[in-house]
Design a protein around this ligand. Structure first.
Ligand code: ZN
Length: 246
C-alpha cells in the first residue's frame, strides 16, 4: 500500500483541482449504520415489514409519517458520530488549496464538521428540515427538541420533512449543477466508499473532464478499469497516509 499511497501523494502534488466523490463507505468508517447493508435490510424488514427504500420514499413518508420518523430517528439521529481520518484528510486538502469540492451521497454533515466548506450533498442533509405545506425551514435542533414523534409545523400544522432527498423525489437542481461544474473542471477525481452501481453516482462520472481517477473501495466497481490507482483499504487510512506523504 505504501507505494500506491506515494503515487497518490504525487498525483495530489501535481493536481490543482481535486474533487472527491464519496459514498456510504466514508460514513461507515465513522460508525454510522448503513440501512442498505445486509443487517440494515434484514432488521428493517423484520421490524417494519417493508424494505428501507420503501420507508424512505415520499409516498410512504406522507402516508405513514409515524413509521417513517420511527425509522428515521433510529437510523439517522440516534448517534452523534464524529469525523473520521477520511473527513479530516479531505478538510486538509481543501485548506491546502487542492480540493475544490466534496460531492457526497451521505447526509450526515461530517464533511462540514471536519472543516470542508464546499460540500455538495446529492441526497440532502439531516441537519435541516422544512414544512411540506408552507416550506418554512427548521434547524435540526428544533425538531430534536420535540423528543420523537412526528414533527408538525407550528405555523401551519403541515408535516415537517427532513431536507433529505427521499426515494421518488428529485435531486436539488443547484446541487447537481454545482457537482457537474466541479467535475468538469477537475484534474483529479478521487472516488471513495461507493460501488458506483446505483443512480446517481455512475451518471455523474461521465462529466469528469480530467485525466486521473483514483478509486478507494472495498469491493470491485464497474469503473476499476478506468482508475489509475485502486485501493481496497480503508478510505481514512489511505487519504491520511497520502496527505502526510505530500
Ligand atoms: Zn408550515
Amino acid at each position: 500500500m505504501k507505494k500506491r499511497c506515494e503515487a497518490l501523494a504525487k498525483l495530489l502534488r501535481q493536481s490543482e483541482r481535486v474533487v472527491f466523490f464519496g459514498g456510504a463507505g466514508v460514513s461507515t468508517e465513522s460508525g454510522i449504520k448503513d440501512y442498505r447493508s445486509k443487517d440494515g435490510l434484514y432488521n428493517t424488514v423484520k421490524e417494519y415489514g417493508v424494505r428501507p427504500e420503501t420507508i424512505l420514499s415520499r409516498s410512504f413518508f406522507l402516508e405513514n409519517p409515524e413509521m417513517f420518523y420511527d425509522f428515521y430517528y433510529k437510523y439517522f439521529l440516534s448517534e452523534t458520530p464524529a469525523p473520521n481520518p477520511a473527513h479530516i484528510a479531505l478538510a486538509k486538502l481543501e485548506q491546502m488549496g487542492k480540493l475544490t469540492a466534496v460531492i457526497t451521497q451521505n447526509i450526515d454533515g461530517l464533511h462540514q464538521a471536519a472543516g470542508n466548506t464546499n460540500v455538495l450533498e446529492l441526497h440532502g442533509t439531516i441537519s435541516t428540515y422544512h414544512c411540506v405545506r408552507c416550506r418554512k425551514p427548521y434547524p435540526k435542533e428544533d425538531v430534536e427538541a420535540l423528543h420523537g414523534g412526528v414533527p408538525r409545523c407550528p405555523h401551519c400544522g403541515g408535516l415537517i420533512h427532513p431536507d433529505v432527498v427521499l426515494y421518488e423525489e428529485g435531486l436539488n437542481g443547484a446541487t447537481v449543477d454545482a457537482a457537474i461544474d466541479a467535475l468538469t473542471m477537475a484534474d483529479l477525481l478521487i472516488i471513495g466508499g461507493t460501488s458506483l452501481a446505483v443512480y446517481p453516482a455512475a451518471g455523474f462520472l461521465r462529466f469528469f473532464g480530467g485525466e486521473h481517477i483514483v478509486l478507494i473501495n472495498r469491493d470491485e466497481t464497474p469503473y476499476d478499469d478506468r482508475a489509475e490507482l485502486i485501493f481496497r483499504e480503508k478510505i481514512g487510512q489511505v487519504l491520511k497516509a497520502a496527505v502526510e506523504l505530500m
